[in-house]
Design a protein around this ligand. Structure first.
Ligand SMILES: C[S@@+](CC[C@H](N)C(=O)[O-])C[C@H]1O[C@@H](n2cnc3c(N)ncnc32)[C@H](O)[C@@H]1O
Length: 218
């Protein structure tokens, strides 16, 4: 990464002016509407979305436009169902999505109603606990809670996900590689032989990245 970008990143994480600008931008209902076409109800959150949300939008939109019949799951819907709400216009069947936090699910349902996001199915679940047995998905995605200890959520994800992936199905994980280095993600992935790394997408202008994980045999 170029020196000026590295400077921005270092300051960003220390709460300097870059971070302030970031907060203002990502906490603006106007930018949320502009990026995702969703009106967010008032809620005391640090940000309505983050850079990973935007990268996932850019990455997944062309894929879904080509595969409108795919069965899709978003993990960690967040307070506004902003990503599934946006992407659901490109799918022929509802995007299933859940969050571990009841308050976020309630807020996401409120946002869904306000914006008439009828092609999204929102429910509460800790990882796959409440996903009906036998459901399979062609595509899963998760903007990871990358400031939390990955052992607490990634290990469980890799353990539980395989039976819910359709043959040829993939899982796209987005994160900021500063708090969560890719090596850490891959180190955990290696413990789960049913899964393999299929792709890594990085960006020259920021340290967020997307990894795609697929079934090792399928
Ligand atoms: C970075 S936020 C992503 C929010 C939103 N999807 C976005 O892209 O802006 C990560 C989300 O994962 C949720 N989460 C964390 N652990 C989870 C778990 N075990 N099961 C389901 N959701 C979880 C968090 O509550 C949080 O809403």
């Amino acid at each position: 990464m170029a020196a000026p970008l590295r400077y921005l990143y270092n300051n960003y994480s220390k709460g300097a002016w870059v971070r302030t600008l970031h907060r203002i931008y990502m906490n603006s209902p106007l930018t949320a509407r502009w990026h995702f076409g969703v009106d967010c109800p008032p809620l005391d959150v640090a940000a309505l979305y983050d850079i990973t949300t935007i990268l996932l939008k850019w990455h997944l939109k062309p894929i879904l436009k080509e595969h409108r019949d795919w069965k899709v799951l978003e993990i960690g819907v967040g307070p506004f169902a902003i990503l599934s709400g946006y992407l659901s216009q490109f799918t022929n069947q509802p995007i299933d999505t859940f969050d571990i936090r009841k308050d976020l699910v309630e807020s996401a349902l409120k946002t869904q109603k306000m914006n008439r996001l009828d092609n999204v199915n929102i429910f509460q679940s800790d990882l796959f606990a409440n996903v009906p047995e036998g459901s399979t998905y062609d595509l899963m995605f998760w903007n990871l809670p990358y400031y939390a200890d990955p052992e607490k959520y990634l290990a469980g994800l890799f353990e539980q996900a395989p039976p819910f992936l359709a043959p040829g199905g993939t899982m796209v994980l987005g994160y900021n590689s500063k708090p969560l280095p890719r090596a850490r993600v891959l180190e955990i992935l290696e413990r789960y032989p049913k899964l393999r790394l299929a792709d890594v997408r990085t960006y020259p202008w920021n340290m967020h990245e997307l990894v795609t994980v697929a079934l090792a045999y399928g």
